[in-house]
Design a protein around this ligand. Structure first.
Ligand code: SF4
Length: 453
């Protein structure tokens, strides 16, 4: 990216909000009062293998930058209650998915490693008993790890339970930044966990970092990047910090004067792209990097990469069953989200009801636009002739409004287009979310979404 002309005018011009398109339509379009029988029918109607996502909502401590759905608590027994409710939920889903293979599992949160080793054992036993999920026969079995709530013993236990991929939340290695976001985790701890994960044979180690955090500078971010590279992760996720204090109370604890100004934040992104590219990482979609041998990098090169609610994936986007409070599923053209609050979640399960809160069924237009957006965000390219053939449409006619909206991006060199192809340029990749939004008929304005970069 170094060779890209860093264009301040473009940064100012496109300093606007946009969805991350982990789905199309985005989760904001989910409607309340979605009937459980639509969920049941979606699960029963197809026999495609499923990927499982399981949400653990608890965290020991509040990170001030956080915008996730979580419950901060020191009471470990709350997780026992949650696992009991989860067992009830699995019993409700079990007859609906008994005919489907369960291929992958991802534990996210919150903090999945909030669970003790014995609670993790209980959880995996529940998945085996109720859903027949066997890690030994599965593909990816992955977990997000907060280095503060994991030690070598827990890591070894996870490996024994069948986990084969780990993702560590690093965010930044500088003390001043860590203190400002209330997430202090010494480098030595992260380094020893990463080394141990490698020694234990985890197949893929991901590190998350965040740019745009308080007190970050080009100099101290260079330290974070160099340190990160010294740990040799297989994958790196670079997330943009979305500072929305009016929406997330915790973010009000971050002093405004510590926030980055003007184009400083975008400069950090370019710095990260430069450092990772120079170190031989392959750029994956818009904010991920992987070593060329990593299966996500291979999938991208082979045009097999997709996007779902967990981000970039090799698993498919219409076969994801979310479990636990607030989780989102997409199966067979139906999208649904569970209730977000724990008391609601518990009361639904006490009533023996699936804890579905909102949902929608995809129309043909949703699927078509979703397919185009997925191509753009995963591969930065759309083969219009292939779209025309597959969907039996005339793209010029069908997407007339979208093509019109692409004009400014074409004029600014972010997109090229001819009769058969839409291509996002290297510079345009920074704003691919906005380019996708041209095809989004539900586009929303305002602060519902974070800044694109
Ligand atoms: S960033 Fe992660 S660990 Fe921190 S409060 Fe949010 S969910 Fe919990």
């Amino acid at each position: 990216m170094q060779q890209l002309a860093w264009n301040r005018q473009l940064v100012d011009k496109y300093n606007i909000n946009g969805p991350r398109y982990t789905s199309y339509p985005t989760a904001l379009e989910l409607r309340s009062g979605f009937a459980n029988d639509k969920v049941e029918a979606a699960l029963l109607e197809s026999d495609q293998p499923l990927s499982l996502y399981l949400h653990i909502p608890f965290c020991h401590q509040l990170c001030y930058y956080c915008g996730c759905n979580k419950v901060v608590t020191r009471h470990q027994d709350k997780a026992d209650r949650y696992l009991t409710a989860l067992a009830q939920e699995l019993k409700l889903y079990a007859p609906l998915v008994a005919h489907r293979e369960k291929r992958h599992l991802h534990l996210g949160g919150g903090t999945p490693t909030f669970l003790t080793s014995s609670q993790l054992t209980r959880l995996m036993a529940l998945l085996q008993t109720e859903l027949g999920f066997s890690p030994a026969q599965a593909g990816e079995v992955s977990i997000e790890i907060d280095p503060r709530s994991c030690d070598k013993g827990k890591l070894a236990h996870l490996r024994k339970l069948g986990f084969n991929r780990v993702s560590f939340g690093v965010q930044d290695f500088n003390d001043e930044v860590q203190i400002a976001i209330n997430r202090v985790q010494p480098l030595q701890r992260v380094r020893s966990l990463v080394n141990e994960a490698r020694a234990l044979g985890f197949a893929s180690i991901n590190l998350d970092i965040v740019y745009g955090l308080p007190h970050q500078t080009q100099a101290n971010f260079a330290y974070t990047l160099n340190t990160l590279l010294s740990l040799q992760p297989d994958r790196v996720s670079i997330f943009s910090y979305a500072h929305l204090p009016s929406r997330f109370a915790a973010q009000r604890k971050i002093p405004e004067e510590a926030m980055l100004q003007g184009a400083q934040k975008q400069q950090l992104l370019l710095q990260a792209i430069d450092a990772l590219s120079a170190a031989g990482y392959q750029s994956i979609g818009m904010d991920h990097f992987a070593k060329p041998h990593d299966e996500l990098a291979v999938a991208q090169r082979e045009n097999r990469m997709q996007r779902n609610f967990q981000g970039y994936t090799t698993h498919g986007s219409d076969t994801l069953l979310g479990l636990g409070v607030s989780s989102i599923s997409q199966v067979n053209g139906v999208v649904w989200q569970h209730v977000k609050d724990l008391p609601d979640y518990y009361s639904r399960l006490t009533d023996q009801a699936l804890p579905v809160d909102k949902g929608f069924s995809l129309s043909r237009d949703d699927r078509l636009r979703g397919a185009v957006i997925s191509e753009l965000i995963c591969h930065f390219h759309v083969d219009l002739a292939a779209v025309a053939k597959q969907w039996k449409i005339d793209p010029e006619c069908y997407f007339a409004a979208a093509l019109q909206q692409l004009q400014p991006y074409i004029e600014d060199g972010l997109v090229t287009i001819d009769q058969h192809n839409i291509q996002v340029t290297r510079l345009g990749q920074l704003w691919v979310r906005l380019i996708c939004a041209c095809f989004d008929v539900y586009q929303r304005q305002g602060n519902s979404f974070s800044k694109v970069i």
